[in-house]
Design a protein around this ligand. Structure first.
Ligand code: FE2
Ligand code: FE2
Length: 203
């Protein structure tokens, strides 16, 4: 499959099984400093995950091209968030871990390399899609115009990353079942999110 084929492969927003709890946005706005610090950790982990993909599957050309670009972009996002953390006089603490991402990663079928790659790509797609949803909520509601524009730009970028991960899953899935598996994992993502308490974090 060529890059041009991939451009028309999956253009729609990556579907989420449920919307974010309405209680999340007021809490996120009230405790925005905590959201900002969690967001920095999310961007750092996105960059780290992109590097992990190209380190694990260096023979997959399109994956390496896409992940090297993505790692750079996510680290730029980290720096942009970190600059805002510093401007507010905050100190970024140690990463407390992310129960949402941990539970979602448990859905990855590790029985063979092919299903592992498909599931990892799709889990990343769903995390990006959830980021897109929540960053867009912040972009609409934050009182500060600079932050609204910042989050609107990031929401758009993460939505694009979600589609990229789905395109890659479709390209590399040997059983041609990536979209069926995406639907399954999307249901699991909704259940995982709904079972967790609402907190001032990106997820
Ligand atoms: Fe990002
Ligand atoms: Fe992203």
């Amino acid at each position: 499959m060529s890059d041009s084929d991939l451009q028309i492969g999956y253009q729609d927003a990556v579907p989420l099984a449920c919307e974010t709890d309405p209680a999340w946005l007021p809490l996120a706005l009230e405790r925005f400093d905590e959201v900002l610090c969690d967001h920095a950790h999310c961007e750092k982990k996105a960059a780290s995950q992109a590097i992990s993909f190209l380190a694990t599957w260096p023979e997959k050309v399109r994956l390496v091209q896409a992940m090297s670009r993505l790692a750079h972009e996510e680290l730029t996002h980290f720096r942009q968030v970190y600059d805002r953390i510093q401007a507010r006089g905050l100190v970024l603490g140690r990463d407390p871990g992310n129960p949402y991402a941990k539970a979602l990663r448990k859905q990855v079928r590790a029985d063979n390399e092919a299903t592992r790659l498909t599931d990892l790509l799709l889990v990343c797609a769903l995390i990006e899609a959830r980021s897109h949803e929540r960053l867009a909520l912040l972009a609409d509601a934050l009182p500060d115009e600079d932050l609204r524009q910042f989050y609107a730009g990031l929401a758009q970028a993460e939505g694009g990353h979600a589609r990229l991960f789905v395109q890659l899953a479709i390209q590399y899935d040997e059983r041609n079942e990536a979209l069926r598996r995406l639907a399954e994992l999307s249901t699991a993502e909704g259940e995982i999110l709904s079972a967790l308490p609402v907190k001032p974090r990106i997820h």
